[in-house]
Each structure stands twice: as C-alpha cells, then as structure tokens.
Design a protein around this ligand. Structure first.
Ligand SMILES: Cc1cn([C@H]2C[C@H](O)[C@@H](COP(=O)(O)OP(=O)(O)O[C@H]3O[C@@H](C)C(=O)[C@@H](O)[C@H]3O)O2)c(=O)[nH]c1=O
Length: 186
C-alpha cells in the first residue's frame, strides 16, 4: 500500500498493491490492517456507494453532508477515468477554500481519502466511468448539501466541454455564498 500526502492536510492518495499475472491482477482494495501498518488510521466505514456516469464531462459535486452526519469518503474508479476533487470547507483552517484534484482510473488503481469537512466532486474523463466509494456515515438527505462545481477556482480538465450536471448541482450555491457547517479543529 502506497500512501501519499496531498497539499491539503488529511487528504491522502492510497494505492493498493496489485498482483499481476497472466489472468489479470488481484488487489486488496481496502485493508484496515495494511493501512495501519503504513501509519494511517481511518474512521470506520458504514456505507459503500457505486455510481456510473455515461458521458465524458459528467460532473457530480461539489457535495457534503453536514454534521451530525458528515462523511469521510474513500473514492476509487472501478471503470474508466475521473478527475476527483476535494475542497477544504473547514472555516478557520489555513487551507480553507483550497482544493486538490487527482486523476483516479481503473488503470492506476489510486484512491482518494477525503475526510469529513471537505467538499467532494468529480468530472469523468472517459465514457461509462464508474466510481466506488466507502463512507464513514450513512446517507442523510436532510444533511445533504452542495456547492457549484465551478465556483472554487478548480482547474478542471476538459476545458470547453459543457458538463453534464444533475438539476440539483445546477442550482447549487457558489462557494462565496455558502455558509459552511464545518470548523477547523483548534
Ligand atoms: C448519495 C446518495 C444518494 N441516494 C439517492 C438520492 C437520489 O435519489 C439518487 C441520486 O443522488 P445524487 O444525485 O445526490 O447522487 P450523486 O450526485 O452521485 O451524489 C454523490 O456525489 C458524490 C460527488 C459524492 O461525494 C456523494 O457523497 C454523493 O453526494 O440517489 C441514496 O439513496 N443514497 C446516497 O447515499
């Protein structure tokens, strides 16, 4: 298991080992013990999600759940390729409003760990891209929130492509108008 830091505190890139042979590969996509041996302890996961986006340039996000149902998410790409993004939404944090974006693909097997307190979203870079992610809290629609994908200064790939968005994401407030429910721990 390779563990890499990003420029946002607590946001990590995890790359599980793949054992390749003439059939393909085998990989433990999640193993708490292996990760702890690498020095990383993540909260307990209670829900796994799986989504498929048909068109290239589909954008889902930027999403969060408010406390008491804030979610940390461990995201990977089961098919295709995505640009996965975390935005620090913890008011008072030195990196408040800053973002990181990483390419996750079936090929590279990388995973992005996004702790609670960060917005999450992604853009698909190949047709029929699937993401699979583990969450540290259950879905709580009453705590569901979003911020406009294009309001955080994110350097999205595929400039010029009109993104495919849900109606909810079209109507999300801009980051500048968003009152975050998250605070930096002091
Ligand atoms: C997120 C979620 C949605 N749903 C339902 C609600 C709705 O009818 C349908 C589609 O929901 P959405 O449009 O919110 O799906 P989507 O836009 O894919 O939302 C997801 O986006 C990514 C970026 C995230 O980080 C996730 O946490 C989640 O917010 O699925 C659940 O039943 N459970 C869930 O956990």
């Amino acid at each position: 298991m390779k563990v890499e830091a990003t420029r946002l505190p607590g946001v990590l890139i995890l790359t599980p080992k793949r054992f390749g042979d003439h059939r393909g590969f085998f990989s433990e996509s999640w193993n708490r013990r292996t990760l702890e041996a690498a020095g990383v302890s993540l909260p307990e996961f209670v829900q796994d999600n799986h989504s498929l986006s048909r068109a290239v340039g589909t954008v889902r996000g930027l999403h969060f759940q408010s406390p008491p149902h804030a979610q940390g998410k461990l995201v990977r790409c089961g098919r295709g390729r995505i640009f996965d993004v975390a935005v620090d939404a913890r008011r008072g944090a030195p990196s408040y409003g800053q973002w990181v974006g990483e390419e996750l693909s079936f090929e590279n097997g990388r995973q992005l760990w996004i702790p609670a307190g960060f917005l999450h979203g992604f853009m698909t870079l190949e047709p029929d891209s699937e993401i699979i992610y583990k969450c540290t809290d259950h879905y709580a629609p009453e705590c569901d929130g979003g911020v406009r994908w294009d309001s955080c200064g994110i350097d999205w790939p595929l400039a010029g492509v009109t993104p495919v968005l849900s109606e909810k994401d079209e109507k999300a407030p801009a980051f500048a108008d968003f009152v975050t429910p998250f605070r930096a721990e002091v």
